[in-house]
Structure formats: structure tokens, C-alpha cells
Design a protein around this ligand. Sequence first.
Ligand SMILES: [Zn+2]
Length: 455
Amino acid sequence: MRAHNPVAVVLIKNARLVDPEAGIDGRRDVLVASGRVVLVSERISPDEARRTPERAEGADPLLLIEGDGLWLWPGLVDAHVHFREPGFTHKETIRTGSMAAAAGGYTSVICEPNTDPPIDSIELVRRLAKKARAESVVNVYFKAAMTEGRHGAKPTDVAALAQHESVAALSDDGDPVVDPAVMEDMCREAARADIPVAPHCEDSPAALQKRAAGVLSGFEPDAPYTNEANYVKRDLELAARAGCRIHFSHVSLARTADIIEQFRTTRNGAPAATFEVTPHHLLLCTGDFAQGEVPGVNPPLRSAQDRDALQHALSSGEVDAIASDHAPHTAEDKARGASGLIGLETTLGLVLSHFVGEGKLSVSDAVRLLSASPARIFGLPAGTLRPGARADMTLIDPRLSWTVNAEEFRSRSRNTPFGGWQLRGKAVATFAGGEEVYANPAFELRKTLWEARRS
Ligand SMILES: [Zn+2]
């Protein structure tokens, strides 16, 4: 809930501030007043902080946080989550999803439109945005559907949707637009409205059916979930022709990453093409599991070669963002074969343990992939703690060892493939608009309240 913060002035001292957008990686004091960063400096005294002109009238207490030994990052941004509202609130709600996000260090999320009904109208966007303002502890954005009902035929009202501040992109989620003419129209609409398209380049039952009817030539008809690279190739060309920005969800195959990289190097001046990878495609492969026990997810887990290629793309700077694809399901739904895994509460720990901790990624690159870059791709006011920015912040203890235990999750669902994993590094406090929205119960943050002396 974004209630008024009784402590309007917060001073975080001596944390290692990592803000690649501002070119900072070093010890800094950060002063927050009325929900915004007002000063970043090597030393800010509490007295100086109390005198800040930005301090809200009457909001006197100053909260002093000792950040020694901690990292301070701009709040994480997840470009791909499913909060299941409306329609599937037994799996997740905006409220529970937002609490899972805050616990994982996230302060902004973009929800997919595969709800029931799907997010394909401005009326529903307005209703959900209002609900999020009232119930969410983090900033919630949406991908609006490209076509009505996500059926791949009739375009939604892109002009109206794109104008809403909560709509960050267009996507039909797991049902790619099969008809190339419809997809090209959507790319043109998106270019006109200056909003990115974010297709899922995966096979879906509907896509397989349409392809069997001959709508798409050149695709592999009989091998489900192998057409990712074909869709990506097609959509790169359509987006370039239409002049729209395109961001690919959860790339899972080595050859897909290659195609995007090739496109980017040969088409200088073409509108940006970006892509995300998920922690599960980066860290798991089918070979890790016995037959019949591979966790169900779309796109599916791939070979060890694909996993290694994604890791290589990540450390060589080709990947634009890490997104969790947080997809909550009940145990019963999973038993019935529902696809999807949750990730909001594990992604940061996995990235810190398996990439930063192993020297495959610098701390500043991790901030870029988990915050700055997704914020920039989707035009969100996030991803940096420069003065003037919204005070969305994550305090991390890089040495905190913990074991993934789904029973402790804030999410309403438990479907993680990482249960029992030993990780090192975790968010210990998360602030959205200067307000503390998560405090790790296993960590004692050193906080002092300074009472003001009114003059
Ligand atoms: Zn998804």
C-alpha cells in the first residue's frame, strides 16, 4: 500500500552505492526526502539532512540507516511477471505478487496480460492500475494485449492503451501472433504510439494449429517449442520494417541469441531490438532432471549447450535484461501440467551466487541487467538513484547465506525449481518511493530515528 510515509526523510550512510546510470560504484551517503533522492554524496551529516529544503512540511523524524557492509542498488525491475489478477487469484494477486517482489528486492514489475479476462482494454487497465495503487507495495505496470482476447486477429486500441502511464509494452503473452500481416500491423501501431512490442516467440497450442493450417511457411511443424528462432527472425524483420522497438521475452536457445546479436551488428540505425533471459534457462537444463521430472515451463528447459550459450551471452554483455517470468501456479495446477515457475524471491540471490559470486558478472553489470536496462527498455522512471529519481532502493547483504525455502515465500504459490539451493546474497530491505516495503526478518538493519528539534 502506498500510504503516506510517516518518515519522510531517510538518510542511508556508508553503503556501497552501485548505480551504473550515474557512473557510481563506491561508498556514498544517500538522502531521501518526500519519496525522492535529493542528495548523493560521500558524506552527509544528519544535521545537514534535517535541513534539506525538500523535506516535507511537518515530516520531522529522520530515519538514519547504517549501510556499512551493504550494497545499495536502484530497486530491481522485473520486466516479466504474472500476477494472475483478474481470474486466477488463488495463484497470486496484485497484493501477494507485490509482496513477493519487494522481498526479492524488486520495486517495479511489468505484468503479462494473460489474465481472465485478458488485459486488452483501457477500461481493464484503468481498473487494475487503481487496484495496484491501493494494494501493491511496489510499482506495477502492464503489458497490454496486442489483439483482442489475445486471439491474434483483431488489434486492440493501441493508441488509447499506450497513453496510459501503467502500460509499458504490447504483448499477446504466450500466444504469439501467428499471422505475419497482423503482426506487421501491430508493429506499425506500436511505432506510431511509440511503445515497444514484447512478443513471446514460442509455440502455443493455437499457434501449432494455425501453422498446421499453412499460415506460416518455413516453420518446423512437428516439433513443438522449437520455433523460437523462427518467430524471432520474422519479428525482427517486421519490427525493422515498421520502425518499432522490439523486446523478446525469455530467449532460451543459443541460435535465437545468435540471430538477435547478428541483427544488431548488421543493422546499424535500426530501432532497438533487445532481449531478456530467465534465471531458470540460465541455470537449469533438461539433463539436470530424471525423465518425466523436468519442471514444466514455456519455453521449456533446453540442453546444456543452450544453457551454456546463454551464460556466455550474459557474461559477454549481449543480454539486455534478466527477467524472472514469475508464473505462479498451485500444486494442483502443476500436477495437471500447468507451465511456469516462480522467481521473484530467488532471482537476485541466484544472480549474486552464480554469476557475480563466480566472477562471471560484475556487480555493476548485475545492476544493469536487473534494474537499469529493463527500466530504460520500457521507459520506466526507475533504474537509477540520481538526485530527483524516485527513491526505489534495494539494500543487499552480499554475504548473507540462505537456503531457498518456498514455504517462506510471500508469493501465494510455491512452484520454484530452486527449493533447497544454498545461496549467498539477499535483499535485506526494500524501499519504494522512500518507504520501507520489505525488511528481511533474518537481518537486523541498524536504524535510528532522529527526532527533530522544531525551531
Ligand atoms: Zn511469462
